[in-house]
Ligand binder design. Sequence first.
Ligand code: BTN
Length: 251
Amino acid sequence: MIDVSAYSKYYGKNGNLVYLEEIDSTNAYAVANDLEQFTCVVADIQTAGRGRSGRVWHSETDANLYFSIVIDGLDSSQLLPMNIFAGYLLSDTLKHMTEAKIKWPNDMTVNGKKLAGILMETSFSGGVLEKVVLGIGLNVNCTSFPDEINDIATSLFLETGVKYEREQILASFMTNLKSSFEAFRTGGVDIVKLWPYYSALLDKKITIHKDGVKTEYTEKGIDGTGCLLALDKSGSLKTIITGDIGYDFCR
Ligand code: BTN
């Protein structure tokens, strides 16, 4: 169980935390409910955790973190950059535990395996951005994974041999987010310049998987909108807007 008083001790009493023992998806809950800026919805277990591209996020153990944060004040052009920036914040949060680097757009990887995933969900009203929810699944203390993801998934415990306090990690992420969000929102964070410090794959060979097709590139960074820049085999620089980088990069 998440210990709400331990979380408050680390974060300070004013943090808006909604703790649920079990829920289908913290993202779904945060999107559906009217919650204040920076409210964090955290659950021990999700029965229908959502991943990117309609995938499932395995959430059946209470050893990990599954949480969603309400983010107000962004315009639609800031959504992909915020996704990227959230990866930077998560990497910073974890830096005393492990060196977690980003696989575009925002998979958190350690030693070529996935440690965390980020899923931003939005709702629009009459074409106007109404709500943004930033959802993060972080494998903290779990010791194993279902067979189908065992080769590509890892946890902080599996990487370091140490069990971590989930409340402290969550409080630390929220503190990082709260202290830097205004700078990000007002254009004071240059995600392009920061990318080389966080990317797991800069200048490395990658395979982009899109619509069942795999294409090889060399990663060359991101642009200001958060799109990936990559050299194709003929040496021409492409801007990748959607797609996944395969986990074959580490083999
Ligand atoms: C990915 O596919 O990499 C993104 C995974 C995001 C999972 C988190 S867990 C908390 C929040 N609630 C959800 O249903 N999904 C996100």
